[in-house]
Design a protein around this ligand. Structure first.
Ligand SMILES: NC(=O)c1ccc[n+]([C@@H]2O[C@H](COP(=O)([O-])OP(=O)(O)OC[C@H]3O[C@@H](n4cnc5c(N)ncnc54)[C@H](O)[C@@H]3O)[C@@H](O)[C@H]2O)c1
Length: 498
């Protein structure tokens, strides 16, 4: 248990409040739980007890541990009973006026040493603390759902929060086995701001008629390495919930085009196709769900011979094992299979690159990005329109021989993973540039808050920031949309290198 923080008060016994109670009690704190709806708190405690019983049965925790944990939680029916709390965690309805009124009362009830925190996902911590006599002791403790499982906690500083309390919040979360990151009170904090592109860019690609949700999800999981595709995830979150967060961040960012919500989601909300909870969203849950494998290219013959440069850069893991295969490898300046040049995409169309190389008479195959080519089950490829059937099959056959399934995209400026990743990286970079958080915290936040396989900035460091810069520049050139403007953080990274 932490020095001065012993007694914890949790207000709101909903999804988040009861989870936070469990975390605090599991780490030895005495917890008082208050909800305006008395029965809500009691029922939540019964449900928690049932959940813990199941964990006992599965051997995850000892029976005594469960008893000790439950004994530490007391349901109280009056706000006044929270007077002796060292720290209050508010997890009530997401409404600024109601939260403000609550903290106003708490300021009167609790001691002047009590730390006041809010689990808000989208409201300004500064606004919640406004009009308090002591706004310096209020900060955000933004847990992720389910709170006992998810490691990330965003410790959010309001404009007037005293930094020493932020430090105490970090220490407390660490003592609870959490990964705390510090964010300033800005729209969406870290995760809900940066993650907007994970939905926004695939939705924009879908609106551009580039592919189906099924295809995007297959590419984002099997090629990129995300645990869940964006459309499956939106269906799980609820289209209405996801759309409303997108709208609130967009408005709070003064209509910055990077955060523009999607018309597709707006229509789905009108239609009531809200995702898994309504039986239909991007997918139909009354039908068998499609599997990625159904999109894979059929088996093709691998080429007898290819050219490879000595330095394959980030693509090296893709060609692992080539030396043990029957394919003859010749040394060349580029990756070449038959008359086809194979390149990592940097945002231009394969046809545009083919015109650039037209004197060589070579066609072009582009490879989409991946967090980890070694772990990737599949590669996503696109070809210039002049590619011969023989060369196309040879390229597909080569990757199949190397153990990867192959997905084929239409030729478009930027490919599925590349477009999504450059937008995510740009947002992560811009959050750091604008003082929302540190570079290490943005990477920790995305890995522990939304399970990204790698930190976005660490990925860009490994790939080379020029790729991110060129990718965004190509997209901005093609679409003429300010949405793709590069964060000065990226320009700085490139200048530092050159
Ligand atoms: N659900 C999530 O995934 C999630 C994740 C992170 C943060 N949050 C944030 O956590 C907070 C709670 O969300 P939730 O999903 O647990 O909500 P919920 O609707 O499940 O529970 C809210 C509870 O607060 C109670 N309540 C409402 N007004 C109250 C008041 N004035 N005083 C005391 N109790 C009151 C309600 O009776 C209800 O039991 C919100 O601010 C939300 O933005 C939610």
């Amino acid at each position: 248990m932490l020095g001065q923080i012993n007694q914890i008060a949790v207000i709101g016994a909903g999804t988040m409040g009861i989870g936070i109670c469990e975390v605090a009690a599991a780490h030895g704190h005495l917890v008082k739980l208050f909800d305006v709806d008395e029965s809500a708190a009691k029922n939540a405690l019964v449900m928690m007890s049932d959940r813990l019983d199941k964990r006992v049965l599965r051997g995850k925790i000892a029976a005594q541990e469960k008893i000790d944990l439950i004994e530490k939680i007391e349901v109280v029916n009056e706000l006044e009973a929270l007077a002796d709390a060292d720290l209050v965690i508010e997890a009530i309805v997401e409404n600024l006026d109601i939260k403000r009124q609550l903290f106003h009362k708490l300021e009167r009830i609790c001691s002047s040493n009590t730390l006041l925190t809010s689990n808000t996902s989208s409201l300004s911590i500064t606004a919640i603390a406004a009009h308090l006599k002591t706004p310096e002791r209020l900060f955000g403790l933004h847990f992720f759902n389910p709170a006992p499982v998810m490691k990330l906690v965003e410790v959010v500083s309001g404009l007037l929060t005293d930094p020493k309390y932020i430090k105490m919040g970090q220490n407390l979360c660490q003592s609870w086995g959490k990964v705390p990151v510090v964010a300033s009170s800005t729209p969406g904090f870290i995760v809900n701001r940066v993650a907007r592109s994970f939905y926004g860019e695939p939705l924009k690609m879908m609106q551009e008629q580039l592919a189906s949700p099924h295809f995007f999800d297959a590419v984002m999981t099997k090629v990129a390495g995300f645990k869940m595709g964006p459309f499956t995830l939106m269906d799980l979150i609820g289209i209405d919930v996801n759309y409303s967060v997108s709208q609130s961040v967009y408005q709070a960012m003064y209509n910055d085009p990077r955060f523009k919500p999607s018309l597709i989601q707006a229509e789905m909300v009108h239609a009531g196709t809200l995702g898994k909870k309504s039986g239909r969203g991007f997918y139909r849950y009354d039908l068998e769900l499609p599997v990625a494998e159904s999109l894979y290219e059929h088996a093709c013959q691998a080429p007898e011979q290819i050219s490879l440069p000595t330095n394959l850069g980030v693509l090296e893991p893709l060609f692992k094992g080539i030396e043990d295969s029957a394919v003859e490898v010749r040394l060349g300046d580029d990756i070449q299979i038959g008359n086809c040049l194979v390149l990592l995409t940097e945002g231009a169309k394969a046809d545009d690159l083919q015109s650039y190389f037209s004197e060589s008479g070579l066609s072009v195959a582009l490879i989409d990005w991946s967090f980890d080519y070694e772990l990737a089950e599949a590669v996503n490829l696109t070809f210039s329109s002049d590619v011969t059937v023989v060369d196309k099959q040879a390229v597909i056959g080569l990757f199949q021989l190397l153990g990867k399934s192959v997905l084929l995209s239409d030729d478009q400026p930027g490919m599925v993973v590349m477009r999504t990743l450059v937008m995510l990286i740009n947002e992560a970079a811009d959050a750091v540039f604008n003082g929302v958080c540190s570079a290490s915290d943005v990477d920790l936040a995305m890995c522990h808050g939304v399970n990204y396989p790698k930190g976005l900035l660490a990925f860009a460091d490994a790939l080379g920031w020029e790729w991110v810069n060129d990718g965004l520049a190509n997209l901005q050139g093609w679409f003429g949309d300010d949405r793709y403007r590069r964060s000065p953080y990226i320009q700085n990274k490139i200048q530092v290198k050159s």
